[in-house]
Design a protein around this ligand. Structure first.
Ligand code: F6R
Length: 358
């Protein structure tokens, strides 16, 4: 990682394990630390009844927030293998292209998210094949009523910290539907990669050996502006939402090359001094994208408050994507601690849901 000008803000020292325990009363750190196990357990979760399906012409993962993130990861990690589109649908109902021959997987950790329930209902109405990935709730009941395959998730997680549980069963569902999936060796490599990172990024690792802590300190009180490339653009979005939900702070996400055609103009002094650019780099990125990162860096670095580059780990797409997502989770966790907020609780998000409850 290259950190640019590092400005260490006042706040709890990230190596003080007692302070971390106090600031993280729900032990989100333990959930993050267990992420590799959660992925392994996710691989062992299968739908009941099993998926029996002719090859779909389209796959839609319908959900919101942390649950929808599983659809983004699926679409991105299989984009070089799949001959049918995989879309993530965030919202009520479904687009008109969903009909017979489509497979709609409603993903909602809680099973109570109205948009996911509405998408499931729309899929049934449109004559699409359906499945659900959920801990229970209204979605599980609805799916059971329609005899749809349901993957039942383990309890006790926050949706955004349940990506391993939400994502890995999707691979099995696609496989049962006759679609190509991530080869076993690549899955194993991804699990090894995140297992190594779990040790490197956890609170017990001091700042000088911990990339996530250093990155959080580099961001300090600036707004993180996270850019990915073609593969990692959706990961940048995931970083943004993790910073917002865990650290309760604004973050911006974008991707190259698209930001070269619009957002680059916003990098101006003196405002940019309040921003911390974070580039999500990937060994598999297109050489032209690598050149673009170099050009953007040269233009942004002189005006930005700071600029950091982080690199994906591993060989396969899944390892590379998961390693960057996991680094973002830990970085946003440490940003929460620096701000003195509980990384687990999302009171405003819950308040919106409460006010909209029928
Ligand atoms: C909270 C979180 C949210 C939820 C979203 C949808 O941790 O990540 O983004 O994922 O509000 O709720 P679920 O996932 O239960 O359908």
């Amino acid at each position: 990682m290259s950190e640019g000008r590092v400005r260490v803000p006042a706040g709890p020292p990230l190596d003080d394990l007692d302070a971390i325990e106090r600031l993280d009363p729900h032990a989100a750190r333990e959930v993050l630390r267990r992420f590799p196990d959660q992925c392994r357990e996710g691989l062992g979760l299968h739908p009941s009844p099993p998926v029996r399906l002719a090859l779909p012409r389209l796959v839609v993962v319908a959900g919101m927030g942390g649950s929808a993130a599983s659809g983004d990861l699926l679409a991105t990690c299989l984009a070089d293998r799949l001959s049918v589109p995989v879309l993530t649908h965030r919202g009520y109902g479904l687009p008109a292209l969903v009909g017979p021959g489509a497979l709609v997987i409603a993903a909602s950790y809680s099973g109570e998210t109205v948009e996911a329930v509405s998408a499931f209902e729309a899929a049934v109405k449109a004559g699409a094949a359906t499945a659900a990935v959920t801990r229970g709730g209204r979605l599980a009941a609805l799916a059971a009523r329609h005899g749809a395959p349901v993957v039942t998730l383990p309890p006790g997680l926050m949706p955004r910290m349940a990506l391993g549980s939400l994502f890995f069963p999707l691979l099995g569902i696609l496989e049962s539907a006759g679609l190509p999936t991530v080869p076993e060796a690549e899955v194993a490599e991804a699990l090894e990669t995140v297992a190594a990172l779990a040790d490197e990024l956890a609170p017990a690792r001091p700042v000088e050996q911990n990339e996530a802590k250093r990155l959080a300190l580099a961001v300090g009180d600036r707004v993180p502006v996270v850019y990915g490339g073609e593969l990692t653009g959706s990961v940048a979005y995931r970083w943004k939402t993790d910073v917002e939900e865990n650290a309760k702070r604004f973050a911006v996400a974008g991707a190259l090359p698209e930001m070269n055609h619009n957002e680059i103009e916003a990098w101006r002094a003196p405002e940019a001094d309040r921003l911390q650019a974070i580039f999500l780099r990937d060994r598999g990125e297109h050489p032209d994208v690598a050149r673009r990162f170099a050009v953007v860096r040269a233009l942004v670095e002189p005006v930005a408050g700071g600029l950091a580059e982080v690199w994906s780990r591993g060989e396969g797409r899944l390892a590379r994507l998961l390693s960057l997502i996991y680094l973002g989770q830990w970085t946003s966790y440490y940003l929460a601690l620096l701000r003195g907020v509980d990384p687990w609780a999302v009171p405003l998000l819950e308040e919106v849901k409460r006010r909209l409850r029928p």
